[in-house]
Design a protein around this ligand. Structure first.
Ligand code: CA
Ligand code: CA
Length: 497
């Protein structure tokens, strides 16, 4: 008998555990509101996110990638952006353009005379702007520099072979260029004097699609994976451990996190490339990631034919809440770690939902980590929903939320922490309050209907993860009937703003 129980219990527990883990993590969300197609370039300028969509021009988002509007270059290719103060440069198939008003207007600052320039890469080093481009008519590969925000340009390619420059990266006062391998050169080149001279910095015969800098570490990505040099290109080592797709198109750095965009999604290394882990939760299907942008709060992936995806990197809101039925007064813990959904809602009518997140409430700390991905900084009500408890809102006036900062909220310390003081006291010392349990049919009232639902399941000896198990012991019985009955006798119902 015991053996049989274990055999059933173990697979159920594994399923339940993986369910919990998946629900705790932030996920990639595909952004298709106002944008679609192949995204080859991403940039942040102030609080605006820019995306270059293949043959569709530039797009801008003012709400962390949730929605997008066209920002010029309709019908064109944007392969690179660069930001210098409030100046935003775009590298297009018609040359370099500058916007000083976050994409409202663009002025051509490096365009061909009578023929287009196909810009591949841009970089800002101090007050200097570098542009790498192909001259479409004369088929010449060129690198130019401007010291005055694009008004004048000089050629700075002395020492570079005649290969196309695919990528540029700045480390201190040095500039590195990643070359295509079409004419038998390829590799990485370095200049320490703003392009007056370039010298080889290794990796000959490789097409370097992307370069990224983290401190004194230089990362290069190509079709064989990621290479790392910590001595300005004198030596390179493959750092592909855990990189299950080595077809690398893009790299991004945020703090100590290195992200690699590949033909198999995104990989993350938090130890300077020593190990990588797949960072693909939410991708469906897993896209080719052509471009990456990591800000302090979000990471953005520009994909082949699948638009922009974004994912929150922010610290999660810590919300402390007790489900009445789950509280065990004898040991001061919860009978069950259960899932809650928290919503951030506007504080003015009609109190629209701005964001939502799911988390599991810890049975000892009564706290769940809710990672909100959409909401901008502001003041919100926190609304809590649980599968068989009364929907409960935070206290009047709302809570201040700052994107990227941890928001703490404690529903347990006082009844008045809930809107309308709509909670039940569970304990005197320490003083604890909980969310009313027993709204089995989730209609906002605990009444005879709920009591009958619990009674019927109790009569049928129902067990397991069911809505009629009010106290979280996986059995529906008299205990559950009593909790529901008491709250129905007290005419408990939802109190909303
Ligand atoms: Ca009900
Ligand atoms: Ca029960």
């Amino acid at each position: 008998m015991k053996r049989k129980f274990l055999l059933l219990f173990v697979p159920a527990f594994i399923l339940y555990s993986s369910f919990l883990i998946n629900n705790c993590k932030a996920q990639w969300i595909q952004r298709t509101n106002g944008i679609n197609g192949t995204v080859k370039a991403l940039a942040v300028s102030g609080t605006n996110i820019f995306a270059g969509v293949y043959l569709s021009g530039a797009y801008m988002s003012t709400d962390n990638g949730v929605s997008w509007t066209a920002a010029g270059f309709n019908g064109h290719v944007i392969s690179a952006f660069a930001v210098s103060g409030t100046n935003l440069f775009a590298g297009s198939d018609y040359g370099v353009y500058l916007s000083t008003n976050t994409g409202t207007n663009w002025v051509g600052v490096k365009t061909g005379i009578g023929h287009p320039l196909n810009v591949k890469a841009l970089a800002v080093s101090g007050s200097n702007i570098f542009a790498a481009y192909s001259d479409n008519d004369y088929n010449v590969e060129e690198v130019s520099m401007s010291t005055n925000n694009g008004t004048n340009w000089i050629s700075v390619r002395n020492g570079l072979p005649g290969e196309m420059v695919l990528s540029l990266a700045v480390m201190g006062t040095d500039l590195f260029a990643g070359l295509n391998n079409n004419l038998g050169y390829g590799g990485v080149y370095r200049t320490t004097n703003n392009g007056t001279n370039w010298a080889s910095a290794g990796l000959p015969n490789r097409s370097i699609r992307t370069l990224a800098v983290s401190g004194t570490s230089l990362f290069a990505g190509d079709n064989g994976g990621v290479l790392l040099s910590t001595n300005n290109g004198t030596e390179w080592n493959w750092v592909n451990n855990g990189l299950t797709n080595t077809n690398v198109y893009s790299l991004a750095v945020s703090g100590t996190s290195i992200y690699a965009g590949t033909a198999g999604g995104v990989f993350l290394s938090t130890n300077n490339g020593t190990n990588w882990v797949a960072f693909n939760e939410g991708f469906s299907p897993v896209p080719y990631v052509y471009s990456l942008l990591a800000t302090s709060n979000f990471i953005y992936a520009g994909t082949w034919a699948a638009s922009v995806w974004s994912r929150g990197l922010t610290a999660a809101a810590q919300v402390k809440v007790i489900i009445e039925g789950h509280y065990n007064k004898a040991n001061g813990k919860l009978n069950k770690r259960d899932t809650l959904r928290a919503y951030l809602r506007n504080i003015t009518s009609p109190f629209a939902i701005v964001d939502s997140a799911r988390s599991v409430i810890d049975s000892i700390t009564f706290t769940g980590s809710f990672l909100f991905s959409n909401a901008p900084s502001g003041t919100y009500y926190i609304q809590i929903k649980h599968r068989n408890s009364i929907e409960t809102w935070s206290k009047p006036g709302g809570q201040s939320y700052t994107l990227g900062s941890v928001m703490n909220y404690d529903f347990t310390s006082a009844a008045a922490q809930s809107y309308g003081s709509n909670m039940i006291q569970l304990n005197l010392s320490p003083l604890r309050f909980g969310v009313y349990s027993g709204d089995v049919n989730q209609n906002g009232f605990i009444d005879l209907t709920d009591v009958i639902l619990v009674y019927n399941d109790a009569s049928a000896f129902v067990s397991g993860y069911v809505k009629t198990d009010i106290n979280g012991d996986n059995i529906t019985d008299l205990t559950d009937i009593l909790i529901t009955y008491n709250n129905s006798a007290g005419f408990v119902s939802v109190v909303r703003p």
